[in-house]
Design a binder for this molecule. Structure first.
Ligand SMILES: [Ca+2]
Ligand SMILES: [Ca+2]
Ligand SMILES: [Ca+2]
Length: 308
């Protein structure tokens, strides 16, 4: 009965299993919609910087309105976070169910890194230490628990305009539960990481897009989940029972074979497996019948030898 229930549940799920459809949001960061600025590469499609509204700046000098950039001091961070719920992704508006189909966050960042003496585009108060920077992208659940995160450190040399450096970082969570995102860019001065003066790399553009991996996803209702778990537990118990019966049978058969060898007269095969269990185990029944047939054949042969 439980197996029929399981088959029915699986049949119900089959129509939804094969269908998938993705959807991608626009830029989720505070600079969304800024477009290209004069500091960026002429081919850049990443939103530039023209104000610092919505960003959290920590030890960063805000040149956003004057020079379209945010510059790291000794060690500075530019960060933002937000919800993944109820946002536009093309024709789709994200829901808890569609987010449960899995998500990929893709970040693109455009930087200038010329304020060090070895730079091919040397600028500002360049010193001997090569500056570096990193981006961290994180997917979180509704309780702010991290589901997936990526941090990549870089120190590529780069300048302004067509000498900028652009890089991509992606992170994916394929299970259920993604509800929030966090994004952080950090710049570090190679010579004076504790400085409060603008000596580090400069952020010129940033973008974070979310791709929902299956907006047609529908999580299993809790009642069906419990039912499936129960069925699998039952299957496990049945297998344990069968294993035990087979072990008992093989053990008894071994004793009988030993007895046959020890005795002149063949002993009767004693089967102590309960009939109810045997009826539920056709294979085991066949084995018992076969053993009896072998025994009968042996006995007939012996009788024939005695008569002759
Ligand atoms: Ca520097
Ligand atoms: Ca500077
Ligand atoms: Ca700089």
């Amino acid at each position: 009965m439980r197996f029929i229930v399981l088959i029915n549940l699986l049949m119900m799920l089959i129509p939804t299993i094969g269908l998938t459809e993705t959807a991608t949001t626009g830029n989720l960061l505070p600079n969304a919609g800024t477009g290209q600025t004069s500091q960026q590469h002429s081919n850049s499609t990443i939103d530039g910087i023209n104000n610092s509204n919505g960003w959290t700046l920590n030890n960063v000098t805000d040149y956003s309105s004057s020079y379209n950039e945010l510059e790291a001091n000794g060690t500075g961070t530019v960060s933002a976070d937000g919800s993944l719920l109820n946002i536009s992704a093309g024709d789709h508006t994200t829901t808890a169910d569609s987010l449960d189909g899995g998500i990929t966050l893709s970040s693109k960042t455009e930087v200038q890194n010329c304020e060090w003496t070895g730079s091919a585009h040397r600028c500002g108060q360049a010193t001997s230490g090569r500056d570096s920077y990193s981006t961290t992208v994180t997917i979180l659940d509704e309780n702010d628990t991290e589901l997936a995160t990526v941090t990549q450190n870089r120190n590529n040399d780069s300048g302004y305009n067509n000498n900028t450096f652009t890089y991509t970082d992606t992170v994916t969570h394929t299970g259920e539960g993604a509800r929030k995102w966090e994004w952080e860019w950090q710049g570090i001065d190679g010579d004076s990481p504790n400085s409060t003066s603008p000596l580090g790399p400069n952020l010129l553009g940033a973008e974070l897009k979310a791709t929902l991996l299956n907006i047609l996803y529908s999580p299993l209702p809790p009642a069906i989940k419990t039912e499936i778990e129960d069925v699998f537990e039952d299957i496990g118990n049945e297998f344990e029972e069968i294993e035990q019966i087979v072990e008992e049978f093989l053990f008894e058969e071994k004793i009988e074979i030993k007895e046959e060898i020890a005795m002149e007269e063949p002993a009767m095969l004693v089967m102590e497996i309960p009939m109810a269990k045997l009826l539920r185990l056709p294979m085991l029944r066949k084995k018992v019948i076969l053993s009896k047939k072998i025994y009968n054949r042996k006995k007939t042969k012996q009788l024939a030898t005695q008569i002759s």
